[in-house]
Design a protein around this ligand. Structure first.
Ligand SMILES: [Zn+2]
Length: 315
């Protein structure tokens, strides 16, 4: 905050250090003892684990909800605790194929089918979740009966939607393929979308959808989220099919996962990632943003190398 802004708000200016410690205390109060509010900036010792339960302040759209175990020098196991629930649309489609099923039966089917399917997807594309430094993450669906020595990760509820639905991190289209399921799982590790949005008014919020209905982009309709930093084509977050390549992650991604909420290790990545769902005045249609994101996006976010660490992120 500069001196002008301090005067405007009629309150004393806080030093940057004071502001940081205030935010840390506030984060701890809001998010609880597992929030890693101060951030994990050190290398996890071999075979040690941390439970990560963190939502970025001011933006509920970036979450980190997992247990991280450093299993080998450059290999990290990441456990997700997912609970699947059917949506109305899914139940309707199920009823058409199988007749009416009670909720308990559907819940049982979903919570057996999706963990097994996701585990099989994770194993099939396991080698691809690596960065240019040779660091790897191995995804797992947490199973209390099997993973007895693993600290229980925070639970995330996933709604299973009908076959027309566009999947996001907490709601999956019932017909999602492996690349999509892996991409959505990576969102729960704090990684954001890096592709160019093809729709205007796209939003996961019901209220926004009423005010800004979905419209496919054409020469007169500009896409939403145009302040998003775009990643390389061979990144799983820019292109889910990239998990079929030898390598589909970059050092910025892996740093974000293994140093959760550590500002100094992730300065560049989160400096760009925070704009993933921001739309400029020009593209926003009926409801302009209060302040234009185009003026705030740092220049380094405009180069796809933003997903790679550099001197900005202290080693
Ligand atoms: Zn996504």
């Amino acid at each position: 905050m500069d001196s002008k802004a301090c005067k405007r708000w009629h309150r004393p200016c806080l030093s940057i250090a004071m502001k940081k410690s205030f935010i840390t205390v506030l984060a701890f109060m809001v998010l609880g003892p597992n929030a890693n509010a101060g951030g994990i900036c050190h290398d996890l010792p071999l075979n040690e684990s941390i439970r990560v339960n963190h939502s970025f302040l001011g933006s509920k759209t970036i979450h980190q909800k997992y247990t991280l175990v450093r299993s080998e020098e450059k290999t990290y196991d990441v456990y997700l605790n997912l609970k699947f629930k059917p949506s109305k649309g899914f139940k309707k489609e199920m009823a058409l194929s199988f007749g009416g099923l009670d909720d308990q039966t559907i819940n049982g089917i979903l919570n057996k089918f999706y963990p097994e399917k996701m585990e099989s997807c994770f194993r099939e594309y396991e080698s691809s979740l690596a960065d240019e430094l040779g660091r790897k993450i191995r995804l797992h669906i947490y199973n209390e009966a099997v993973h007895k020595t693993i600290v229980k990760p925070p639970q995330v509820r996933i709604s299973i939607k009908d076959s027309e639905f566009r999947s996001h991190s907490k709601a999956y289209n019932m017909s999602s393929d492996c690349p999509t399921l892996i991409h959505e799982a990576l969102h729960l590790l704090g990684l954001v979308d890096e592709y160019v949005e093809k729709w205007q008014g796209f939003s996961h919020k019901f209220s926004s959808l009423i005010l800004r209905p979905l419209r496919p982009v054409n020469e007169n309709v500009l896409p939403a989220f145009d302040c998003r930093a775009i990643g390389p084509d061979n990144s799983a977050m820019a292109n889910p099919s990239a998990v079929q390549y030898t390598r589909s992650l970059f050092s910025g991604h892996i740093n974000a996962v293994i140093y959760p909420n550590c500002v100094k290790k992730n300065e560049k990545y989160f400096g760009c990632a925070k704009f993933w769902a921001k739309t400029s005045h020009k593209n926003n249609g009926a409801i302009p943003n209060i302040s234009d994101c185009t003026e705030k996006v740092p220049d380094y976010c405009k180069d796809e190398s933003w997903v790679m660490i550099d001197e900005l992120d202290s080693k």
